[in-house]
Design a protein around this ligand. Sequence first.
Ligand SMILES: Cc1cc2nc3c(=O)[nH]c(=O)nc-3n(C[C@H](O)[C@H](O)[C@H](O)COP(=O)(O)O)c2cc1C
Length: 478
Amino acid sequence: MSVVSKTVFSELKINSMTLPNRIVVPAMVTRLSGEDGFVNDDITNRYVRFAKGGAGLVVLEAMAVHHSKSGPLLRICDDEFVPGLRGLRDQMRDAGPGCVVPQIIHFLKISRSGWRQKVEDLSISDIDAIVDAYAAAAVRTVAAGYDGVELHMAHAYTLSSFLSRLNKRRDDYGGSLNRRLHLPVRVIQSVRREVGDEYPIGVRFDGEECIKGGYTVEEARLIALRLVQSGVDYVSVSAGGKFEDAQPREGEPPYPYTGYSGDRCMPGKTYPNGANLYIAAGIKEFLREQGHSAPVIATGKINTPDLAESILTDGNADLIGMARPILCDPDWPRKVEAGNWEKVIRCCYANVCKAKDERFQTVTCFLWPRSSTQAPESDDVVEPTWPETGAALTADGTKGRISLKWEPATDNEAVYGYDIWRAIEGGEFERIDAVPAPVTAYHDTTAIKGLRYMYRVRGYDLAGNRTQASGEVAAEIS
Ligand SMILES: Cc1cc2nc3c(=O)[nH]c(=O)nc-3n(C[C@H](O)[C@H](O)[C@H](O)COP(=O)(O)O)c2cc1C
């Protein structure tokens, strides 16, 4: 299949920055930093790799604007962090043409007992300090040479909790929608005052809270409008990720991605592609109706060039956020632009990265070679091959699921994994999953009795070169 991605690879100007293409790596905590919050070699390697991969905009993982204690997290709460952040930007500039903006975050306190500070607990001077901390951090992003700054107003964190319909404050900062917007708007205005009119300011916020009583896209349209009216240059739409429905964990602080709202934030295997697209589309439509042209970023299981291109050409968003797909293969943009979609290592949404984040472990991809800290890199062009006798793919439907087995492929470097393809007999094949090598078996637990399925498998190496498709095998559940 030849994929035409003309719009994906077109430029976009956002205030003073020009993105070389429409692919955005949204912020993704790496847990590579220490608790000291300084940039280190592992962090640098992670982001240099993203820059090299060619994304139009890389948003650096959330970094704290204040000194509050947390697990491993980058910080931008003091001038002492600027030299490290500047060094990172310089190295990313040498590696690729994309723009880079740090995401800056304020969060409230939580404890292992399950207690968490709420927006209702903050005094007016606490609120003023949050405004000042964002403004000072934004000034540091300028000093460190970044192309812009992204204000984190999504998920379980302070500004999102002010925007929330569950904000229970009874003063100027809670209650009506306008009052819930008060602090986020103050933050934007004070950041704008500090960084000047030309410096790009983006906002990431939840287009739906995805919790009982939370707001939906209906209010999110108005929130986006007010944020843009207050001086924001782009709007990055996320969803969910709240404390309210987090699963309690004995002796552990709550993690806001363990409930349904967490699933909606990082939709796993069971969700359709483009799961949250309708939210970004609704927000964009409203902004345009109101005469605002601020670009809107859609994110959430957008993983193929066809889907990305159609989202842009249908006018549903201006930029495509791809977090886990680019963690999985940072070279996604570079490969697709060169017409090599077939060589992309494709995320299978196993959410092992999410589980690692939850446990404060280094965030890696399930499909990477075991014990790798970074995505593998190779420019090899030699395809892996099946044994002379072929892949010998077999399928067994006797245990209420369809179990596949095949022979390992071989490669001049290393076989890295296998894509699993499936069709309902007579229909088109789609790639349904992947397994990392040396695994050569797969259980399809989503097949149902009464349908006849066809399967095939393709192996891939570190550079994404694929084997020929294995022979096809038919199966049904007996
Ligand atoms: C390990 C991990 C860390 C994340 N960290 C952040 C973060 O720091 N800030 C943020 O706004 N979103 C964060 N996200 C959410 C992603 O930016 C993105 O919205 C989500 O993964 C859905 O997009 P995707 O389907 O392209 O992965 C994180 C996601 C993952 C998997």
